[in-house]
Design a protein around this ligand. Structure first.
Ligand code: HEM
Length: 407
């Protein structure tokens, strides 16, 4: 029954929340029933279908067919040259893929260019915090989101985490770039390619003999999973900035949210699940993110790999303790202990004592006329350096996987 129903839901592209509606929804990372109202979404209305049983009915059958037809290597090669938002799609793509991508690359009618301009101001001033938070709060949090940790571990990219992280970091870089959604920016391209990657994972992962799946997850990356991960990004970042008492003007806070609402839409999340305001985002996060966090063997291994990424530079001597201490500082003792991150006698107390004053000084200097630009120059240097290190100075190309992790 379970197998039949879920496959059918996906294959027919039906996104009816049928299982939830029939009461088949089992244990789940959410024991609770989905009751977040679509009236709080950017769509303002919707069917209210339980997103645990909704995937991507447009992209999933298409990418499954590309994989089955053996078209993926050619498509990946062609798409390597497609990098800018306004760039025409390369010639030679299969017609069904081209049609889909033309639709998928269009920004929604609710795009607000004024808010996007304000988001640039926000990013210029807070680039440093955003970089640290995406990497160490959101990135490390992903290892305690069980569905995500398992999907990442058992998919192709799980075998080469540095490469995998460089691609995810590219999305974090692109969304914070001054021209993110503008014709010469890259965020639309990154999102559309990622949407294709996720669709491939939904087809491939259930075929892996290693992927455990679970009662609520024979097909990975549901719309609910997407929203959980979404909250590990902007919602978590905003929660931390608020906790650190970073004074953010309301317009900038809304603009930052808008840049992520658009990211969600472009990644294939349905508008009826994307929160319209921070209030709605926080209420949804309480329902879907907070109760979901838990350790898994796969997540613990991934976290260890992430903490060791700096090993090539310093043998792990400094980078590992610092990254571990930052993780504990950002995510708290419970999560750090789940991930077997040791206590750091020097760095833990130092962060507790020094981070607040560091922020206060940085914020205190912001009103000086040249400060925002100077911060941006410095932060942009760090953002680029981090990406360069992660990508080993090679161009970062998000590609549709053809296989799962080999073992
Ligand atoms: C791939 C971002 C949600 C699992 C990617 C990539 C990006 C990305 C940029 C491309 C990197 C690559 O090709 O390796 C995001 C964002 C999300 C999201 C911004 C939500 C807002 C999720 C969720 C899951 C997931 C919810 C699982 C439950 C994966 C997997 C890959 C992937 C398994 C492919 C790795 C590979 O085999 O190469 N994601 N993702 N993602 N994502 Fe996501």
């Amino acid at each position: 029954m379970r197998e039949l129903s879920r496959r059918k839901v996906l294959v027919t592209g039906g996104a009816l929340g049928a299982l939830g509606a029939l009461g088949v929804a089992s244990t789940a990372n959410a024991n609770s029933v989905w009751n977040w109202s679509p009236t709080g979404s950017v769509a303002g209305a919707g069917k209210g279908a339980d997103p645990r049983w909704v995937w991507d009915p447009e992209a999933d059958p298409l990418v499954a067919s590309l994989l089955d037809r053996g078209d993926v290597p050619r498509v990946n090669e062609l798409l390597r040259t497609w990098t800018k938002n306004a760039q025409p799609l390369p010639a030679g793509l299969p017609a069904d893929l081209r049609d889909f991508m033309e639709r998928a690359r269009a920004l929604p009618p609710w795009t607000d260019q004024g808010k996007l301009a304000t988001a640039v101001e926000f990013n210029e001033k807070r680039g440093l915090y955003l970089g640290v938070l995406y990497g160490l709060a959101s990135g490390m949090m992903s290892t305690v989101i069980p569905h995500e940790a398992r999907a990442v571990y058992y998919s192709q990219g799980g075998a080469d985490m540095k490469d995998r992280i460089s691609k995810t970091a590219k999305l974090g870089y692109d969304v914070g770039s001054n021209n993110a959604y503008q014709p010469d920016g890259e965020m639309i391209v990154t999102c559309v390619k990622t949407r294709l990657v996720h669709a491939a994972v939904r087809h491939l992962l259930p075929q892996s003999p290693h992927w455990p799946g679970s009662a609520d997850e024979e097909i990975p990356i549901s719309q609910a999973d997407m929203m959980v991960t979404w909250h590990s990004l902007p919602t978590t970042v905003m929660r931390k900035l608020t906790a650190w008492k970073v004074p953010i003007p309301a317009a900038e806070s809304e603009a930052f949210l808008h840049s992520w609402q658009l990211a969600g839409h472009m990644l294939g999340i349905k508008d009826e699940y994307i929160p319209a305001s921070w209030e709605e985002a926080n209420s949804q996060a309480k329902q879907v993110l907070d109760p979901t966090l838990a350790p898994t063997p796969e997540g613990i291994k991934l976290a260890d790999i992430l903490l060791n990424l700096g090993r090539e530079i310093d043998g792990g001597l400094l980078s590992k303790p610092v990254l571990g201490a930052f993780t504990r500082f950002m995510l708290g003792d419970r999560i750090a202990d789940w991930l077997h991150i040791g206590r750091e006698p020097v760095w833990d107390p130092l962060l507790n004592v020094a981070w607040g004053p560091f922020i206060a000084v940085r914020e205190g200097l912001l009103p000086f006329p040249l400060a925002p630009k100077a911060y941006w120059t410095f932060d942009e240097f760090l953002r680029r350096a981090a990406l360069l290190f992660l990508s080993e100075a090679k161009p970062i190309s998000i590609e549709i996987p053809e296989t799962n992790r080999p073992s």
